[in-house]
Design a binder for this molecule. Structure first.
Ligand SMILES: [Zn+2]
Length: 147
């Protein structure tokens, strides 16, 4: 397993992405939805990996639009778009914006444009179950107290 670490621009939100896929082999996507285009987002995920977002709830915003089923996690202080999250079955799953958290190994890769407008709600859920990364948000205050 490789652990790729990144942070938002101001550093209030940290991420750890565990994956067994080498950075050169991982799938880097450029979602063509209106939100991702505005952010110049490049996203990746690994269903067999794990994503930890270290942030206090007060430091993140969960923005929703369209079907209202996806939380776009944004840093409240610097505005960086961190990840898209949704509940798929029993698990919270995410697609990580490697540009927003500055993971250079992946952010500098060419991203494959992906258009998902044709999806139904059901096919979207199925794709996320298969592709997205299990995720948890861990408060930073808890980390500091236990350290
Ligand atoms: Zn920030």
């Amino acid at each position: 397993m490789t652990v790729l670490r990144g942070t938002c621009h101001c550093g209030n939100v940290e991420v750890e992405f565990e994956t067994s896929v080498a950075p050169a082999d991982s799938s880097v996507r450029a979602c063509q939805c209106s939100f991702c285009r505005r952010h110049g987002a490049k996203t990746t995920s690994d269903a067999a990996g794990r994503l930890v977002i270290r942030a206090d709830e007060a430091d993140i915003e969960r923005y929703r639009f369209g079907f209202q089923v996806t939380d776009f996690v944004i840093c409240r202080r610097c505005g960086a778009y961190i990840a898209a999250m949704s509940r798929e079955g029993v698990n919270e799953k995410a697609s990580l914006n490697v540009v927003g958290v500055g993971i250079r190994e992946l952010a500098e890769r060419d991203a494959a444009p992906v258009t998902l407008d044709h999806e139904t709600a059901e096919s979207r859920r199925e794709r996320r179950r298969q592709l997205w990364t299990p995720v948890e948000i861990v408060p930073r205050t808890a980390v500091r107290q236990s350290a």
